[in-house]
Design a protein around this ligand. Structure first.
Ligand code: FNR
Length: 371
């Protein structure tokens, strides 16, 4: 059995419980990082090198942490990022995330490699105003990708996040030691019967992803949709500047949860150089080009550090997977509520009644790294 939900006091608690309840194959797929997992550990530890400079004697009787992402309202500067194969953890898979996101007023990014069908996930919205984004892996067969985009647009999806850090899926050895039993992912492989299940889940589902994808393809991508396009997995200021100059709607500074290139830097570390470079070119601040960060975010203090340094919002992956694996959508609702309570407390103690008051001077990031 699992402890009552009320005993989960923070997002780390869900990981401990999920490790006990998940099947070994699911735990291996969700928890693994690439190679020696140095980047995966760095994602959480980087936040430990950033310190606060709180201000005093400000009226913090009312605290407001609502914001908007790509013009869409969110009760928190946090969204649920895309994670593949939701049914490994729970029979309702990604629908758990849809329901919880809807109830708590935050945005869910639907993965290309969801276990539930796209229609099921859209159908699980709790009301007509619920906002979803879509994560896109571009298929070597562009027609398939165009259909997916069209379907998303027709279903009212409000943003397209193109994953650009995974021309080949990383080597996750915990996962590779497991044999993958299919959980019904609509994984677009032309030849499903030839899928090799002997080397873990990631290998089995990813062969359709086009490694030839390049900047030139963005012209095509923009021609087939009106949705705002964001590049997910940018890791340098050079690429962030290029995305902004192209007129895209934003970037996610991310290393894919430490699952792709080991020794990639954490998103929060990359944020500093990206903001500096954009600012120097008068491309920041710019409401039409937003910066998002994901990887290792577990506390509202992490969220606020990213916001202070220039992020509009942050994505959280594994903790929500772990929350619903143990408790279904109630677990995810509880996780979001824990973050909201932490936000309120931390913003009071920082002296920042709104997110606009969370300014760069509120953090001391000198120990973070060099750029
Ligand atoms: C992911 N991530 C991911 N990203 C993506 O663009 N497409 C995908 O299909 C997946 N799948 C996926 C599965 C699992 C199990 C994990 C843990 C992650 C990466 C994800 O969107 C995000 O970048 C990280 O999960 C963020 O780090 P944290 O919050 O998990 O530390």
């Amino acid at each position: 059995g699992v402890p009552p939900l009320s005993q989960c006091l923070n997002l780390y608690d869900f990981e401990v419980i999920a490790k006990r309840v998940l099947k070994p194959t699911a735990w291996a797929y969700y928890s693994s990082g690439a190679d020696d997992e140095v980047t995966m550990r760095e994602n959480t530890s980087a936040f430990g090198r950033i310190w606060f400079r709180p201000r005093i004697l400000r009226d913090v009787s009312h605290v407001d942490y609502s914001t908007s992402l790509l013009g869409q309202k969110s009760t928190l500067p946090v969204y649920i990022t895309a994670t593949a194969l939701g049914k490994l953890g729970h029979p309702d898979g990604e629908k758990n995330l849809t329901v919880a996101a809807g109830k708590e007023g935050i945005i869910q990014m639907i993965p290309t490699l969801a276990s539930c069908s796209f229609d099921e996930i859209v159908g699980a919205r709790v009301n007509d105003t619920q906002v979803q984004f879509m994560q896109l892996y571009v298929n070597s067969n562009r027609k398939i990708t165009e259909k997916i985009i069209q379907k998303a647009e027709d279903a009212g999806v409000k943003g397209l996040f193109v994953t650009v850090d995974a021309p080949q899926l990383g080597r996750r050895e915990k996962d590779m030691r497991m044999k993958f039993d299919d959980v019904g992912s609509d994984h677009q492989n032309q030849n499903k019967d030839n899928v090799d299940r002997s080397q873990g889940a990631a290998r089995a589902i990813s062969s359709f992803i086009d490694p030839s994808l390049s900047w030139d393809d963005l012209t095509w991508l923009r021609s087939v949709t009106k949705m705002p396009i964001v590049l997910k997995g940018v890791q340098t200021w050079e690429d962030a500047v290029r995305a902004a100059e192209l007129g895209l709607s934003g970037v996610v500074l991310s290393n894919h949860g430490g699952r792709q290139l080991d020794f990639a830097r954490s998103g929060i570390e990359v944020l500093g150089e990206v903001v500096d470079a954009l600012r120097a070119r008068n491309l920041f601040p710019n409401p039409m080009f937003q910066i998002f960060v994901d990887g290792g975010i577990r506390r509202a203090s992490d969220v606020l550090k990213a916001v202070a340094m220039g992020a509009t919002a942050v994505g959280i992956g594994r903790p929500f997977l772990y929350a619903y694996s143990a408790y279904g959508s109630d677990g995810v609702v509880h996780a979001i509520q824990l973050l909201k309570a932490e936000m309120e407390m931390n913003m009071r103690l920082l002296g920042a009644p709104t997110l606009k008051d969370v300014v760069p001077e509120m953090v001391d990031a000198r120990a973070l790294g060099t750029h």
